[in-house]
Each structure stands twice: as structure tokens, then as C-alpha cells.
Design a protein around this ligand. Structure first.
Ligand code: P6P
Length: 334
């Protein structure tokens, strides 16, 4: 049983036995993410002090300006995972293709692949708003002993063995699941230790917060327009409160604690929405479901979508179960 103030290391050891692949490799993987999170946190916290922010001038595969911290976070997470020699491959928002780990794993014996959004919400860095790292973990499906293949990354979200995020906010937290609930750990920066601060995190079935960029309203599908109007009606606990930080990890984290729904729908300009299935929507959907919430594209469970491309986008509706089901109802009836 977990208890508050337990360190992340103690928690991993105590709960390792409950994990079906108890080879300790996944524990070492979570530990490597813990280390990278501390290193990135150090840089994020001083971003305003040194000339590490601002655009590198390059753009990533998404056509988005690549902030220096994006590059830094990407390199740190990849290097830490390589050094620990746990994974056979890594996919990242910042990498056009997946990275095959041949240096340490020359015999391709490692069994896990990791997909990351190393610094989600990075456009908020320059204005000192919370940003986050999102990660998703699978066991490879191609034969051990052979180089990792794209199929190892294009797995349905329901095959994830672990997922989580780091939120670099007023405090830095690591929130993750291995399929046995969601637990949140807060970093004590003075000693560099994560402590269990939010055991067994749960979405309330209902909530009163809706998170969506209403600036895109005229481009939304009619079902989403109708849902937004529903949220704004005077009836029962409505109108709801609108809260949108522009950082998925931050909006998700607040909604999980207070109850709410996050929506990034398809628009006329982005027919598949903006968020990426593999390293944003699937990990957040795994966490949402493990916390009693729900995640869909408006018609289908996110974690049942068969991926076809590494950087594919999907419409994303995620949060308190009853709110997501109400939004799905409006999408069906539009
Ligand atoms: P918009 C950040 O770029 C991100 O991927 C999510 O973290 C965030 O919720 C969304 O995009 C913000 O997008 O179009 O509302 O600025």
C-alpha cells in the first residue's frame, strides 16, 4: 500500500512486484525518466535567466518553431534513456523518424520503446507559463534480437505498459501509471527527491471546467459548437467555468484534480485536430482512464485507434467521464 511522503524510488520498488513484467526493466525506465525530469526541470526553471529561450530558428516536423528548450529537453530524455540501456527505440515529437538504439543495445535485447513529447506547450516558455513532458511506453512486438521497427511504435494505445507526464509548474510533478492507477510525485528541489504527494489520483465523474481554444469556434464541427453552448447555458451546475492554459499537461492536470474536460477538436484547417496520437493523446488517455475518466476522438475510444503514422494527429476529448460522454452525444447528434 502506498503512503504519502514515500519517495518515488521506494514506491517503484514497493509496487514492482505488482507489475506483470517484473524484470525490473520498467522500474529502471521510470527511474531514468525521473533523472531526465530533474535535469530538464533545472533548465526550465532558469529559462528566463539565461539566453536559453527564444527560437532556434529551425522548425520541427510539425512546422512549429523549435524553441531551444525543446531541443534541450529532447536531447536529455533521449540521452538518459540510451545511457540506462533499457529501450530499443525512441520516438519523439522533435525527431522526424524513430531513433533505433544500437550503440548500447547492439544485440537488440532491450524490450521497451518510448514515445515522448519532450516539452509540450513550449510556446509558453517565453511567458513563464507551465509546460510539460509526456511519455508513453510499450513492449516491442517485433522479435528481440532484431533492430526495432516502425511497427513497434504504431501500436494501439490499449497496449501501453506505462504512461505519464512531468509538469514544470509552480512545483514540478511526475504523474504516471503502469496500469494500476495514477500516482503523483512532487519534487523537493532542495534535495532533488520526488515524494508521493497525490496517491491514487481520480477524475470526478462530473466537473464544471471546460478547456478549449474558443478562438477557433467558427472552425469547430457543429457538435462541438453545440456542446460549448450547452456548457454556457444557465441550468444546474452550468454555466461551467472556462479555463484554457494552452498547455495540454497543465489543463489535463488541473481538470484531473478539480474535474473537467479538455477538447482539441478537428477544425476546417486541421481536419484531424492538432494533437498527436502517439505521444500526446494515447498517454493522456491511459492516465485519464486509469483515473476513472474517459478519452475519445468524439466517436471512438482514443486507445482503440490503430495508428498509421508516427506523427499523426487526432481530435481529442478527454476528462471527467460524464462530461466526455455528453460531448460525444452532441457529436453523434449534430
Ligand atoms: P492552441 C501545445 O502546442 C499544444 O500541443 C497543447 O499543449 C495545447 O493544449 C495546445 O497545443 C494549444 O494549441 O492552438 O490552442 O494554441
Amino acid at each position: 500500500m502506498s503512503q504519502k511522503n514515500q519517495t518515488l524510488g521506494e514506491f517503484i520498488i514497493e509496487n514492482q512486484a505488482s507489475f506483470k513484467y517484473t524484470t525490473g526493466e520498467l522500474s529502471r525506465l521510470i527511474n531514468s525518466i525521473r533523472l531526465a525530469a530533474k535535469v530538464v526541470n533545472h533548465e526550465v526553471n532558469k529559462a528566463g535567466l539565461v539566453d536559453i529561450i527564444g527560437k532556434v530558428g529551425e522548425t520541427n516536423i510539425q512546422g512549429e518553431d523549435q524553441q531551444k528548450l525543446d531541443v534541450y529537453a529532447n536531447n536529455k530524455f533521449i540521452q538518459t534513456l540510451i545511457n540506462r540501456n533499457i529501450v530499443c527505440g525512441i520516438a519523439s515529437e522533435e525527431e522526424d523518424n524513430f531513433v533505433s538504439i544500437n550503440s548500447q543495445d547492439e544485440n537488440h535485447q532491450n524490450k521497451y520503446v518510448v514515445l515522448i513529447d519532450p516539452l509540450d506547450g513550449s510556446s509558453n516558455i517565453d511567458v513563464n507559463v507551465s509546460v510539460g513532458t509526456i511519455f508513453s511506453v510499450y513492449r516491442r512486438i517485433t522479435p528481440v534480437g532484431t533492430p526495432v521497427q516502425i511497427e513497434d511504435f504504431l501500436q494501439e494505445g490499449n497496449k501501453q505498459v506505462a504512461a505519464g507526464y512531468v509538469i514544470y509548474g509552480t512545483s514540478t510533478m511526475l504523474v504516471y501509471t503502469t496500469g494500476y492507477g495514477v500516482n503523483g510525485f512532487t519534487l523537493n528541489p532542495a534535495i532533488g527527491t520526488f515524494y508521493l504527494s497525490h496517491p491514487n489520483m481520480k477524475y470526478s465523474e462530473d466537473g464544471t471546467i471546460y478547456s478549449i481554444n474558443e478562438g477557433n469556434y467558427i472552425h469547430f464541427p457543429q457538435g462541438i459548437k453545440n456542446y460549448i453552448k450547452y456548457c454556457q447555458m444557465e441550468e444546474g451546475d452550468r454555466p461551467y467555468t472556462s479555463r484554457y492554459i494552452g498547455s495540454l499537461v497543465s489543463d489535463f492536470h488541473r481538470n484531473m484534480i478539480k474535474g473537467g474536460i479538455y477538447i482539441y477538436p478537428q477544425t476546417s484547417q486541421n481536419p484531424n485536430g492538432k494533437l498527436r496520437l502517439l505521444y500526446e493523446c494515447n498517454p493522456m488517455a491511459f492516465l485519464a482512464e486509469q483515473a476513472g475518466g474517459k478519452a475519445s476522438n468524439g466517436f471512438q475510444r482514443i486507445m482503440d485507434i490503430q495508428p498509421t503514422q508516427l506523427h499523426q494527429r487526432v481530435p481529442f476529448i478527454c476528462g471527467s467521464k460524464n462530461m466526455v460522454e455528453k460531448a460525444e452525444e452532441f457529436m453523434r447528434n449534430a
